[in-house]
Design a protein around this ligand. Structure first.
Ligand code: SF4
Length: 315
C-alpha cells in the first residue's frame, strides 16, 4: 500500500512559519505518526503572501462569516486569504489526501472553537479558521482533526482508523471496481464498522445488496459517505465488547472449555476497563492465526492500523 497522504498545518512539523518566526512542533505527529504517513504541509498565511515575521491576526465580526484582520493595525486580509484558499483546495484535489491535521485556535487554520472578537473586543469561541473552513467545505468527507484533540487517545485512534480506512477505500476505487469487489471490501470491514455503528453498517449492507440497480457513481458515492459517517462515530467499550463476543463464536469448536472461559473473562475485563483493547485483540489474533480462521483473518478490525502506533493500548 502506498503511504497515506495527510495535509497538515506546516508549523506543526517544526517549520518556522508562525507570525513571530517560531513553530509549534508536535513530536507525536512529526516523529511517530510521520513514520507511517506522508505529509503535505500547508501554511495559509505564508502561502497567501504574508511574510515571516508578520503582524498577528484574529477573526472579528460575525462568527458565521468572520473577517481576518491584523490585531494592531486592523488590516483586513480576508479577501486575500479566501482567494488563495479557493485556489489551494483545487490544487490539493491532486494530492489524494486521506485527512488533514489543523493547528488549533488559529484564525487561518483552526478547525473549530476559534476566538471571534466582537466590536467591543470580546472573544467568543465560535469560529472556524478561514482556510480550514474552506477546506472542510470543499472536502466534506476527508477526516480532519486538530493537534490538541489528537492527544486524546480515543480521538487519536478514531482519526487514524478513519485515514487508513479511507486509504483502503481509495485503493479499491483505483482498482477493478465491481460489485463482487465491493462485497469483499464491505465484508472485510464488517467488524470494524460494527464497532462504530451497527445502524450504518446495516444501511451499507442494503446499499451493497442493491448495488446492481444503481449507477456506479451513485453507488460508490453513497457507500463512501456512509463509510465515513460510520467511522466518525466513536467505537465505545460496549460496541467493541459486542464485536469481541461475536468473534469468540468462530472458535466454538477449536477452543477447550477453559480456553473459551479465559477468552470471555479477558473480554469482560476489557469491558470493565481493567485492561486495554489490545489484550483481547491479541488473543483473538493468536487464535485466528493458529486455527487459520479465514473470515476473521480478513477482518480489518483486527489490524486497522500499524500496531507500532499503540493506539489500542490505553485504558
Ligand atoms: S497556524 Fe496555520 S497559518 Fe499559522 S503558522 Fe501554523 S500553518 Fe501557518
Amino acid at each position: 500500500m502506498e503511504s497515506v497522504r495527510l495535509g497538515i498545518s506546516t508549523c506543526l512539523l517544526g517549520e518556522n512559519v508562525r507570525y513571530d518566526g517560531g513553530h509549534k512542533l508536535d513530536h507525536f505527529l512529526k516523529d511517530t505518526l510521520g513514520q507511517y504517513v506522508e505529509y503535505v504541509p500547508v501554511c495559509p498565511e505564508v502561502e497567501c503572501g504574508l511574510g515571516v515575521p508578520r503582524e498577528s491576526m484574529r477573526l472579528t465580526g460575525d462568527p458565521e462569516s468572520p473577517r481576518l484582520v491584523t490585531t494592531r493595525t486592523n488590516r483586513d486580509h480576508t479577501e486575500k486569504m479566501v482567494k488563495w484558499a479557493g485556489r489551494r483546495v483545487k490544487e490539493l484535489e491532486k494530492e489524494n489526501l486521506c485527512g488533514f491535521i489543523f493547528k488549533s485556535n488559529s484564525p487561518s487554520s483552526g478547525m473549530e472553537r476559534v476566538r471571534v472578537y466582537n466590536e467591543k473586543g470580546m472573544p467568543a469561541k465560535k469560529g472556524v479558521g478561514i482556510f480550514a473552513g474552506i477546506f472542510m467545505e470543499h472536502f466534506p468527507l476527508i477526516p480532519v482533526e486538530e493537534e490538541g484533540r489528537l492527544h486524546d487517545p480515543v480521538l487519536r485512534e478514531n482519526f487514524i482508523e478513519r485515514i487508513f480506512t479511507l486509504k483502503r477505500w481509495r485503493e479499491f476505487l483505483s482498482g477493478k471496481m465491481s460489485v463482487g469487489n465491493l462485497v469483499d471490501f464491505h465484508t472485510s470491514h464488517k467488524l470494524l464498522l460494527l464497532s462504530h455503528s451497527e445502524k450504518i453498517y446495516r444501511m451499507m449492507g442494503k446499499l451493497v445488496a442493491g448495488a446492481k440497480s444503481l449507477p456506479a457513481k451513485e453507488l460508490y458515492g453513497q457507500y463512501e459517505t456512509l463509510l465515513m459517517d460510520a467511522l466518525k462515530l466513536k467505537a465505545t467499550a460496549r460496541k467493541n465488547t459486542n464485536v469481541l463476543n461475536h468473534m469468540t463464536g468462530y472458535f466454538k469448536k477449536q477452543l477447550s472449555h477453559d480456553e473459551k472461559q479465559e477468552l470471555l473473562e479477558i473480554i469482560e475485563q476489557y469491558r470493565l476497563g481493567y485492561i486495554p483493547l489490545i489484550v483481547p485483540i491479541t488473543l483473538i489474533n493468536h487464535y485466528t492465526r493458529k486455527f487459520r480462521e479465514e473470515y476473521l483473518g480478513k477482518q480489518f478490525y483486527l489490524k486497522p492500523h500499524p500496531a507500532e502506533l499503540k493506539l489500542r493500548s490505553h485504558l
